[in-house]
Design a protein around this ligand. Sequence first.
Ligand SMILES: NC(=O)c1ccc[n+]([C@@H]2O[C@H](COP(=O)([O-])OP(=O)(O)OC[C@H]3O[C@@H](n4cnc5c(N)ncnc54)[C@H](O)[C@@H]3O)[C@@H](O)[C@H]2O)c1
Length: 481
Amino acid sequence: MTNRRSFLKQSVSASTGVFYIAKTSWAQKSPGDTINMAVIGFGGRGGSHISGYKKLKDEGVRVAALCDVDSNTLSKGVGSFDKEKLKVTGYTDLRKLLENKDIDAVSIATPNHWHALATIWAVQAGKDVYVEKPVSHCVWEGRQMVKAARKYGKMVQTGTQSRSSRKGIGEAVKYVQEGNLGKILLSRGLCYKRRASIGKTEGEQPIPESIDYDLWCGPGPKGPLTRKNLKYDWHWTWAYGNGDLGNQGIHQMDIARWFLGEMELSPSVWSVGGRLGYEDDGETANTQIIFHGYEKAPMIFEVRGLPENKDSKNMDKFKGAGVGVVVECEGGYVVVPNYSGAIVYDKDGKEIKKFEGAEDHFKNFINACRSRRVDDLNADILEGHLSSALCHTGNISHRLGQKEKPEEIMEKIKGDTFAADTFERMKEHLAKNEVDLNKDMLTLGPVLKMDGKAERFTGNDDANAMLKDKYREPFVVPDVV
Ligand SMILES: NC(=O)c1ccc[n+]([C@@H]2O[C@H](COP(=O)([O-])OP(=O)(O)OC[C@H]3O[C@@H](n4cnc5c(N)ncnc54)[C@H](O)[C@@H]3O)[C@@H](O)[C@H]2O)c1
């Protein structure tokens, strides 16, 4: 028998391609009711999601379902709940999980290429969503996520947890934006984080038997595995990951944009970098500078995956930060050295102020789920989309670039002092790692101009073609959400 609900579901999916449509379960909830959470993907980061929600037991949160395409991971996860005598349902296919009407919200920690589709399907199925950073694998799908969140009235939180440092980083942002240090001259994000070689394999590698590889690939291409580890090392492939810009870097990109207060993509972007110091199966740059030409003040982002020198285990630091943000202002500068605070210095480098404090980002999500106010989210999906997209546009410039000699690169960028100084420091860093830039040349990307309102590049078809992935049926991010 076809009841009204399933008829509605069928007719909607037939006419618009929408997979799921369900009445929000929140409509029937009162503030004290239990929130049934599901965690999707818990190879690494998803484990912190599970423990994060478990900690919120007294806030009425229950982890009611787990989903992973790796049967080993799934049975381990479900087994640990069994041991604690907690009831949890295990799923391999997130589409089956989303059919469960008892689930109120999902928390997604799959690889990047799944984030957008899983989020869009989830909000269409009536769930609120916490989705890891970068929220998207390409620019276009991030905007689709924002549209879907708004259309279905769902809370979608980005996994950039430093946004919940309101008393720390948030207050420092306010301090700068109120003009206490004069105008901002530059916002600089830093990701100096060791990334060693992932090894070099020969030919096709075996897929672990416990993995449903079709589901793992999902919207991405389903090709042979050409690296040793299927898990985690996908970060360094273009098909599923976004390099360190979109891995660690997105956190600092987001903080750097937070200080600038920019709510559009930058009007111009270029990149210089490469994968240097070793030869392995990775594709993404391990050393990179990207330059976002915002009008009020530019944003520079630096990635360094190699150590401070060839024989060292230590990483470089810039003004006290390794993985952090440095905001240069007329009257001094601010350093954000971690996820929970900021230090203000005057022009002479004397510390003049400190901001510290962070809330629980998962709890903030749950609070917003209950209040139903997007404004209550510390990292609404729009923020996540914009910051993720700033990583993607930088990578697009890199991928369209050409290998050039250091002098040729300097000749082209020397008009901007900040860019030229940053490039000089990059060269010194690579020299200390014994990288010969006349042999292993850096790639200089084109300056790409962007229409921030349309989120399209102007006058560059090749760059525009890279704004949207080619999805694999039936895992297609819909044009109409
Ligand atoms: N916010 C943070 O501080 C932080 C820290 C680390 C990672 N992350 C993010 O978390 C995400 C996961 O990273 P990771 O290091 O845990 O990766 P990982 O490869 O170690 O784990 C991903 C897990 O997802 C599973 N999976 C893949 N496709 C799935 C699907 N369709 N449905 C269900 N499960 C699926 C895999 O089997 C695996 O167990 C990434 O997007 C990463 O950027 C965020």
